[in-house]
Ligand binder design. Structure first.
Ligand SMILES: C[S@@+](CC[C@H](N)C(=O)[O-])C[C@H]1O[C@@H](n2cnc3c(N)ncnc32)[C@H](O)[C@@H]1O
Length: 191
């Protein structure tokens, strides 16, 4: 009886440690884990008018809410950058055993080490500090015309061409984002 209880207790403890690691381990890098809701992922890709000629970089790919939708529904080439190894394993398994694997690249590592020059669309759901650091990197690496879509936290100092105050989605165009054109705020639909 005691042995069975001990096994259950150890099992629960190990599960709790793994779950805590999965969620909290990447706090220091720029965000913990929280998947982008499906309705938001859909809006982000639609607002950015993602299509087969795009190369979408999802910065902090999680378990792939944006990555797989962009490649499979919108037929874009996608690069998903993720630092946390369990999520990288999940991403690679999903890529390996699902459709459109040839359009998906999973990069294991710190997204701040990635070269963004190939991107035509960038998506990000990260914390405010990471968004601020990203802004500097965007300004030195993004090609003109790139669309950047963020969820929940805007890019400080940039002006969106479109923002959705219900879904908390912000769409920017580089380099116009820096020069503050009139933004369309509070939209909830359309593309
Ligand atoms: C809020 S989740 C977003 C997940 C994903 N974009 C989605 O749509 O579901 C943020 C993800 O970014 C990852 N992350 C945070 N900082 C990172 C960094 N510096 N480099 C790579 N990945 C990072 C976290 O591990 C986490 O999976």
């Amino acid at each position: 009886m005691f042995t069975a209880l001990a096994f259950v207790a150890i099992g629960l403890l190990v599960s709790a440690v793994v779950a805590a690691y999965f969620i909290f381990a990447t706090f220091a890098f720029g965000a913990g884990y929280q998947p982008t809701p499906k309705i938001v992922a859909e809006a982000m890709l639609r607002y950015a008018e993602v299509g087969p000629r795009d190369v979408v970089f999802d910065l902090g790919a999680g378990t792939g809410a944006i990555v797989f939708r962009a490649a499979r529904v919108y037929r874009a080439k996608v690069v998903g950058a993720e630092v946390e190894p369990i999520r990288v394993l999940i991403l690679r398994l999903r890529r390996r055993f699902g459709p459109a694997g040839d359009r998906i690249t999973i990069r294991w590592g710190n997204l701040f080490d990635l070269d963004f020059r190939e991107a035509t669309v960038v998506t990000a759901f990260l914390w405010p500090g990471a968004m601020a650091r990203l802004r500097e990197k965007f300004e030195s690496e993004l090609a003109p015309g790139v669309r950047v879509v963020s969820y929940y936290h805007p890019i400080p100092g940039w002006t969106p061409v479109r923002s959705d105050s219900d879904l908390l989605v912000y769409l920017y165009r580089w380099p116009e984002a820096r020069t503050a054109p009139g933004a369309t705020r509070g939209t909830t639909g359309g593309s």
